[in-house]
Design a protein around this ligand. Structure first.
Ligand SMILES: [Zn+2]
Length: 141
């Protein structure tokens, strides 16, 4: 189960922050995650809910998705010793904001995994819409 892969990654990285790509399909407002691909976090020593995916890993995930007819439909990261929420930092580092188009329809799903004292607590998913984050019902196979 792919959610367990995110949990494992988040617990292994603890107390540092992990990140990765969500591969799958999307139809309108329905996101389906079928595969999880870990990426290195270039800012893993940061304690400020700030992550940066290794671009080489990100590229590798895009290639993997293309070969199997999937797409990178979103990203995940962990919140070591913090609950699930979409922070201002998360918002500003979202692809939608980085592209300078946060008012366009959501492009990616963002999964946040909370890890408290080394154990995964819970997760939540979000989209960026109209410049703000909104909760998302994310199906993960
Ligand atoms: Zn975050």
């Amino acid at each position: 189960m792919q959610l367990e892969e995110v949990e494992r990654h988040a617990e292994e990285a603890y107390p540092r922050e992990c990140c990765g790509c969500l591969l799958g399909t999307r139809e309108g407002d329905r996101w389906l995650v079928q595969r999880v691909v870990r990426t290195r976090n270039l800012l893993e020593s940061s304690r400020e809910d700030r992550y940066q995916m290794d671009p080489a890993d990100r590229f590798r995930a895009e290639e993997l998705a293309r070969k199997s007819g999937e797409a990178v439909v979103g990203f995940y990261h962990s919140h070591p010793d913090h609950e699930v929420y979409f922070s201002q930092t998360d918002l500003q580092s979202s692809e939608e904001f980085l592209l300078g188009e946060p008012w366009l329809p959501p492009t990616y799903a963002y999964l946040v995994m909370s890890v408290i004292e080394g154990k995964r607590r819970q997760q939540g998913a979000f989209v960026v819409k109209d410049g703000k984050s909104h909760p998302l019902e994310l199906r993960i196979e």
